[in-house]
Ligand binder design. Sequence first.
Ligand code: ATP
Length: 411
Amino acid sequence: MPSRDGPAVVEVDDLVKRYPRSDTNAVDGLSFHVAPGEIFGLFGPNGAGKSTTVGVLTTRLRPTGGRVVVGGVDVDRDPATARAQLAVVPQHNNLDRALTPRQNLVHHATYHGVPRRQAQARAGELLERFGLTERADRRLEAYSGGLAQRLMIARALTHEPAVLFLDEPTNALDPQTRLLIWGQIRQLRERGVAIVLTTHAMNEAARLVDRVGIVDHGRLLTLDTPQNLVRGLAGDAILDLTVTPAAADDPDSLQAALAALDGVRKSERLALPTGGGGGRPGANLPPGVRPGNLPPGVRAALAARAAAGGGKAGLAATGGGGDLAGLAATGGGLAGRAGAGPLAALANGARSAPDGRGRIRIRLHLAGDPAALLGAAVTVLTGRSAALAAIDVGEPSLEDVFIELTGRAPR
Ligand SMILES: Nc1ncnc2c1ncn2[C@@H]1O[C@H](COP(=O)(O)OP(=O)(O)OP(=O)(O)O)[C@@H](O)[C@H]1O
């Protein structure tokens, strides 16, 4: 792994970009550095300023203010030299259809000053690496989206750039092609190439990127490793409860009661899955929640409560049989993603409201172990005669951090 302590290969300092006839800055004082061999994710909602930033970094757009240096070259002062240091893989296919795949690569390399013989050798090696050798001399029209994307990345590498800019590199690709592309990106990192990635597939990218900058309104909201961002902003765990409050109860006050529990960092109301039922396992789960996947700690806690009758205090309030099954039998149904174990019995015995009327979905962001909180949450629900329709426990994700910082409203 190359040293990331050396000089940055991308330096963005106080970058400002205002388009002509616009009265706001599309990029408004953005600063970040990328080290050689680092994968840097630039994330943000639509219109946040990502493409504009990448446009300036790749010399497509001129900055209004600030300083951008790529591979030691100031992009505004010397764009032609800067271009030799970088490569861009756009989201949309811009391959030359008049040429074969091999010719596309050779042409790109020679355009960047690579001698022809060397360009041919590099093209051959890259076609091999991206699994394209057999198709290298066929007509380009026959290329699917995935093949075209592979070819565009291979093409970008023919002049051995120090920085590779990837715009939505795995958008609409099949899993095999995604794996291949992620694998190639990792190899580039090992070779010391810096990669700047913009994507909306954040949870997928979180496994790959070393650091993430989240931008909105042209400003950097946060910059850190995905792990630190998730830990710092979204809490340790997420507990989603789909419940039907008692007819006389107020949903806001029920949510407030849950939010007041020890260990809850914050709460929010989520939309119910389409159809309003909220009880179909795995249906329309929000990001960060894995269906049917209660952590062992939660399962163990529930099993212990059920076995020892420890859940009685809370659950008996439903008027049920004094264990967790009582909740299902009397509370209107626990049709959750129970998986195996005691919750499975609850799910089997669940009786949901036929059309899910009155249901709400409350997300609790927790500090600490969800197992410790679940019992208390159930106690609150049963104490207020709320029917529990589904429980989801999950780990927060980068997408949760993103939503926390940029909001849920579409742009
Ligand atoms: N050519 C242009 N002229 C004027 N304004 C523009 C132009 N291109 C983008 N903008 C504006 O600049 C802002 C930033 O847009 P930009 O395309 O950089 O965002 P983005 O984060 O890349 O969004 P997306 O995820 O939708 O691609 C937006 O308000 C957009 O409307």
